[in-house]
Write a protein that binds this ligand. Structure first.
Ligand code: ZN
Length: 307
């Protein structure tokens, strides 16, 4: 079976203003890097009811976001989360792309999927935007798996270098969703990123990473993470796939090489094969050095596509 690749037609219309690290070039360079990889296929994004966003966000917040998109120029949802006129469709299409990927993997049409989208989502809380994120794409996807497919154990593995604080807040009281986040700590975002955070249903595991961490040290921590994954026996795996733990990333201080994303992906696939027939949907979050994210995403998608 092939790996499904999804992007949106509208990601280019989400404009954060000049000089912003979260810009169009990120997704464009990833899409170029992962194009034409053997055993992959681009798939069109389907439309879903916007009601599904309410699985993870308060109605009032969604209303606030809908009223925030300017007719021209830019508007601020928080100090670094900006919207332009085109952000509305881009945000909705990002969510639609994740749900399309989930349907395609869950119904067995594809072995797994990579979703190349912006805006990212994992810092978006149920009731506020933050850290370049408007809707929490991955949390909506996880809730959709529980609601639509009646899954009991959905795993989100967040290997973006920043803590998935929005995801943690949203899924904390959802007993069928389990979040593992590895993140540089102390660092952005503010709040508790220590191992003490466990969620209302003991459904969160945080793995704080010290600034300057090497690739080898990172692998050692991931050995513990894979034990947690094995114990949880997920029925479906979602990845909050940031590439910003790379040593060249300008927004963090962890020292992964591009090839580490091959190691992470292949190892995770082993556990996905054991517990959930290989079902993985990987969703782009951060990563801000264009060369590193191109290389890293290529390693990631090649590994996903490997039979
Ligand atoms: Zn990040």
């Amino acid at each position: 079976m092939k790996t499904c690749l999804i992007t949106t037609k509208t990601y280019q219309n989400h404009d954060n203003g000049p000089g912003h690290p979260e810009n169009v070039n990120r997704v464009t360079s990833i899409n170029t890097a992962i194009d034409n990889i053997k055993n992959t296929e681009w798939v069109e994004t389907k439309n879903f009811s916007t009601k599904l966003i309410e699985l993870a966000h308060d109605k009032k917040y969604i209303e606030k976001v809908n009223n925030s998109f300017p007719n021209n120029g830019l508007a601020f949802l928080d100090s670094d989360t900006i919207v332009s006129q085109g952000s509305k469709q881009a945000s909705y299409d990002a969510v639609n792309s994740v749900l399309t990927a989930i349907d395609n993997v869950q119904d067995g049409s594809y072995q797994n999927a990579f979703v190349s989208i912006r805006p990212p989502g994992h810092h978006a809380h149920s009731n506020f935007a933050a850290g370049f994120c408007i809707f929490n794409n991955i949390a909506i996807g996880a809730c959709y798996l529980v609601k639509n497919y009646n899954l009991k154990r959905v795993l989100i593995l967040d290997w973006d270098v920043h803590r998935g604080d929005g995801t943690a807040e949203i899924i904390s009281n959802k007993k069928n969703i389990f979040l593992i986040s590895s993140h540089q700590y102390p660092f952005y975002p503010p709040g508790d990123g220590t191992e003490k955070v466990r969620g209302h249903f003991d459904n969160i595991r945080f793995f704080p990473l010290k600034a300057g961490l090497s690739s080898n040290e990172f692998h050692k921590i991931y050995e513990k993470i894979f034990i947690e994954i094995d114990k949880y026996q997920p029925e479906f795996i979602l990845i909050s796939c940031g590439f910003d733990a790379h040593k060249k990333d300008p927004l963090a201080e962890i020292n992964l090489e591009s090839i580490d994303y091959e190691y992470l992906t292949l190892k995770l696939k082993k556990y996905a094969g054991k517990h959930c027939a290989g079902k993985i949907v990987s969703v782009l979050e951060g990563g801000y050095d264009l060369k590193s994210i191109s290389e890293s995403s290529k390693f990631h998608v090649k590994s996903l596509a490997k039979i």
